[in-house]
Design a protein around this ligand. Sequence first.
Ligand SMILES: CC(C)(COP(=O)(O)OP(=O)(O)OC[C@H]1O[C@@H](n2cnc3c(N)ncnc32)[C@H](O)[C@@H]1OP(=O)(O)O)[C@@H](O)C(=O)NCCC(=O)NCCS
Length: 146
Amino acid sequence: MNIQISKMTLDDFYQIKDVLISDFDDFWNVNTLEQELTNENSNYLVAKIENQIVGFAGIKSVLDEADIMNIVTKKDKRNLGIGSALLEKLLNVAKEKEIKKITLEVNESNISAIHLYKNFGFKEISIRENYYNKTDNALIMQLSLI
Ligand SMILES: CC(C)(COP(=O)(O)OP(=O)(O)OC[C@H]1O[C@@H](n2cnc3c(N)ncnc32)[C@H](O)[C@@H]1OP(=O)(O)O)[C@@H](O)C(=O)NCCC(=O)NCCS
C-alpha cells in the first residue's frame, strides 16, 4: 500500500468537507478547519492512497513550540499505518521549522491515539480532569525535539 503524504491544500479540504463528520470523525468544526488551513502559523499534511484522501494532520506553531491540532485517519482505513505516516512527516515539518517542543491533548479513553503518540516518544506531562463533555479526562502529552 502506497501512502502519499503532501501539504494539505484548500482543494483537498473541499474534496472531503462534506464527509468529514461521517467518514473521518464526528467532532469537526468545518469552518475552524478551513481557517486553520489558511493560517500562516499552521502546517497541515494530507495522506492519499491512489489519489484518495485517507487522512490528514496539522500543527500550529508559536515561536519554537507547536501543538498538534488534528490527526485523523478515515474510519475504514485505520490501523494500516496512515496515522503513523502522517505523524512521522509532521514531526519532520516541525523539526524543519526548528520547533523544540510539541504538545497535544488527547482523551484518556482514546487508546489508539495514545498508543500512536507513545510510539513516537510522546510522554504524559499532565492531566486535565473532566475536560471532555465534563466527564472524560484529557491527557496532555509532549515530545521534545532537541
Ligand atoms: C488515532 C488515529 C489517527 C490513528 O490512526 P491510524 O491510521 O489507525 O494509525 P496507525 O495505523 O499508524 O496505528 C497507530 C497505532 O495504534 C495501535 N492501535 C490501534 N488501535 C488500538 C487499540 N484499540 N489499542 C491499542 N493500540 C491500538 C496500532 O496497532 C498502531 O500501533 P503499532 O504501530 O505499534 O502497531 C485514528 O485512530 C483516528 O483517526 N482516530 C480518530 C481521531 C482521533 O482520535 N485523533 C486523535 C485526536 S487526539
